[in-house]
Design a protein around this ligand. Structure first.
Ligand code: CTP
Length: 440
């Protein structure tokens, strides 16, 4: 029938020769093991959309692990089995990977269940998946190579740009699919179909998302943030009410939207300067603004924010407005330093949410000054010996003063400047003594 057409031509037009050869071989090994084998899911979706995708997911009707071991031997690859899930990963010499699974009826294994090889058909395997666009398979065995298995009119949804669940329990089986729905909607500029949207909202209001571990929610949000249009996706999460079930005390106002927009504009600049910046923490700087202590502690437990991150967030929260005007009026770095200090990347990101483009540029100049400025000659030891001082807060005060001045003037002479700073502090101490005496 129409739903099982042969798409070999598309395969040859759109895929690399190397991938085609690999798929052909996998089909041959399927025959040798007497198992039907398919490539499924996102790979098929993107092939039909003509978008490159190198995540090959294989499903076997039979024993997936046995099949993977056999294929690995033939292909000179390493096999990493996950016995519990009847799945395996093939890892090739060059690092290329292929996932192999056994066709299954349940999306999730119930923990504690005895391993029972519950071999299912490809149709049932596809039915348990998230959305129709991800529920197609292409047969790989030689006699049927290139036949598209489309049981649920998936191709039609793909062509019409529709995100549709396959059955009404889909979001209950895996509530993170609510977030995935928005991710695919945004990525392909598709629309969640009406009935699916209704079920989504119903399950959302029944607090199914709250039953999922914070780690899994966070993973899905991180995936959304890796997409090309993260802000569009976050907006949609807010619009559908999903965001409220992830950040319960966040009000998605036009101001919040603008803050996020500014953060997304600033992120590439900060990533050029710091490694391992997490987009999830970055947006959290504003999403978690003005949270009460208890809810913050709850959020920290749920999503695994480092204690330091939360502490620094709270510490700097009330400084954002003063800092905004300082940066936008381009105050000297030494003055900003008095308030902001050396800061950290997430404080800078938080501040960037308050800054226009010009302000962000100035903040970047400040960050570059901080990153490139070091005291070369004058150290604590130097100050103590030179001015005959005992260790104490005064030493640090002098060094900080000198550092701040060097931020404004990178070529200043440390040795002569530190002398001036010391004289000034001496004068201040004397004046304080005089005024204390006259007050008496
Ligand atoms: N899947 C699912 N439910 C989920 C996650 C995944 O049914 N919660 C199924 C889908 O059929 C999906 C496949 O598993 O196509 C692979 O999942 P994943 O790699 O997470 O997604 P992709 O569809 O490959 O999307 P991406 O392009 O973002 O990798």
């Amino acid at each position: 029938s129409f739903n099982f057409k042969n798409i070999t031509e598309i395969i040859y037009e759109r895929l690399d020769r190397r991938i085609i050869n690999l798929l052909r071989l996998i089909g041959v090994y399927g025959n040798e093991m007497k198992m039907p084998v398919y490539v499924v899911g996102g790979f098929v979706r993107d092939l039909l959309l003509n978008i490159p995708n190198y995540d090959i997911d294989i499903v076997v009707e039979g024993n997936g692990i046995e099949f993977a071991k056999y294929a690995a031997k033939q292909l000179n690859a390493i096999v990493v089995p996950y016995e519990k899930f009847y799945t395996a990963t093939l890892v090739f010499k060059d690092g290329f990977k292929i996932d192999v699974a056994t066709a299954r009826t349940e999306y999730y294994e119930k923990p504690g269940d005895l391993p029972q090889v519950d071999v299912s058909t490809i149709k049932k395997d596809l039915y348990r998946r998230d959305f129709t666009i991800n529920a197609m398979a292409i047969k790989l065995n030689p006699n049927e190579f290139g036949v598209l298995y489309d049981f649920f009119n998936c191709q039609k949804d793909l062509e019409e740009g529709i995100i549709r669940i396959l059955h009404n329990l889909s979001f209950i089986e895996d509530p993170t699919r609510m977030i995935r729905a928005v991710r695919f909607e945004t990525r392909y500029n598709f629309k969640i179909e009406e009935h699916t949207l209704e079920i989504l909202k119903r399950n959302l209001e029944a607090n199914y998302l709250e039953r999922v571990s914070g780690a899994r929610i966070r993973q899905e949000i991180e995936k959304i943030l890796e997409e090309k249009q993260p802000l569009v996706a976050v907006r949609r999460l807010a619009e559908l009410g999903i965001l409220k079930h992830i950040f319960p005390k966040t009000y998605y106002t036009p101001t919040m939207d603008e803050k996020l927009e500014r953060i997304f504009r600033f992120l590439p600049l900060i990533k050029q300067r710091y490694q391992n910046i997490s987009d999830f923490y970055a947006i959290s700087t504003v999403l978690l603004e003005f949270y009460d202590k208890e809810t913050l502690e709850f959020m920290r437990n749920r999503y695994g924010y480092p204690k330091k991150f939360i502490e620094s967030l709270k510490f700097t929260e009330n400084m954002m407005l003063p800092l905004k005007s300082m940066v936008e009026s381009k105050l000297a770095f030494s003055d900003i330093y008095k308030v902001l200090g050396k800061g950290n990347p997430y404080i800078f990101i938080h501040l960037s949410a308050y800054l226009d483009d010009d302000g962000q540029q100035y903040l970047i100049r400040y960050i570059d000054a901080i990153l490139s400025t070091k005291l070369e000659k004058v150290t604590g030891k130097y100050v103590m010996e030179k001015f005959n001082l005992k260790s104490g807060p005064l030493i640090n005060e002098i060094l900080e003063k000198l550092y701040a001045m060097k931020l404004d003037n990178p070529s200043l002479d440390e040795v002569s400047t530190v002398e001036k700073i010391f004289e000034e502090t001496q004068n201040k101490i004397k004046q304080a003594e005089v005024s204390e005496n006259t007050n008496r």
